[in-house]
Write a protein that binds this ligand. Sequence first.
Ligand code: AMP
Ligand code: GLY
Length: 442
Amino acid sequence: MCCPRRNTEIYPYRMNVLVLGSGGREHALSWKISQSSLCEKLFIAPGNAGTSSVGQNVDISVNDFPTIKTFVLENDINMVVVGPEDPLVNGIYDFFQNDSALSDICLIGPSKEGAKLEGSKDYSKQFMMRHNIPTAAYGSFTAETLKEGCDFLETLNPPYVLKADGLAAGKGVLILDELETAKAELKAMLTEAKFGKASSTVVIEEFLDGIELSVFVLTDGKNYKVLPSAKDYKRIGEGDKGLNTGGMGAISPVPFADSIFMEKVENTIIKPTVFGLQEENIDYKGFIFIGLMNVGGEPFVIEYNVRMGDPETEVVIPRIKSDLLNLFRGIAMGTFGEQDFYVDEDVATTVMLVSGGYPESYEKGKEIVGLEEVENSLVFHAGTKEDNQKVLTNGGRVMALTSFGRTMEEALEKSFDNAKKIHFDGKYFRRDIGFDLKEEKV
Ligand code: AMP
Ligand code: GLY
């Protein structure tokens, strides 16, 4: 059994930590971990041009488990923190557990079974049903039950929500106004592999009309800490128009997630989720990211993710005052339930700079200048790389500018000011992050 165990030889006072991933999320996590007095050496695989300022990048892919093993053993790694969902869904936790050379090393992330909460929409809906967790009414269908799926659509009011069961790079959800289009898309997903194997099962859901937010939980599988709430802005265009992206900016906390709403979230969603994991003997030591819809003041789960969000991490983690590595160590040693947890009251905002053309095709390798001009914001790199002492773009989402303020407006002003000081060919950012949360609107 990996953790919990109170073995200070395995989790010594100062630990060597490996973070897996290469986005803004992993830069924010590494930035926070690097501030801990418990951190001896910090490695990030594969990392980006920003993570190398807080630790050492190592050129290993997050899904290359054998190479990760060799690195972990050769570098006396005490703790592995997994950023993205892919290695979790592929079973990295179980890979460590089932290898006697690795099983004492604490890996922050759920087991393969736990990761199904994100890896399969059908599995997560069944889990919510078993534990009475509020979510949209639904049905699951396969090619064999296409007719039943069409009949089910007829019982619903538009718009129609179709979801590929498996991971589809954030593209597997369709929201359609017309019944006939919904039936045609259902057929394409089930019988023409519209989203490949991911859509061999499709979840059809009742449409929830409300405003979205995300709540994050860190758990040892039994105890939990509720991390700050956040709202991200997924569309490329201002006013939430255009194609979906990984996320163009985020705000924390969410003004309408007040104590009354959060109490409902804790009692009707967080507690039954953690209790459900425990009851079903699902090993889960890591983050749960709960995508919620606030429907007239009542929270409903839209989805679970088994990791932190990106760019939500870039506002959530900087607001945490407690030592994150100490909390991870508490998870490993079985003391997590007794640990204190403090959050900064100020508002954090982040604005993402992206490459021209994103989320469709875009060019990489553009030189980024002006970073030294940034004042009063944290810069979390996402798609960047170093080349001959230059920083170049290396992805669609390039970097996130996180700022604090007593109000959202005050924080946003700093993020936007700094967004204008950084330059690269094709730079784009949304200038309306938080537009729907302005005081007169909530
Ligand atoms: P998901 O991948 O399940 O988070 O869905 C992607 C996006 O589709 C969500 O962020 C929501 O904006 C929207 N969505 C998903 N399910 C529903 C639903 N039942 N009702 C309304 N919108 C939904
Ligand atoms: N920003 C949404 C996500 O990380 O899934």
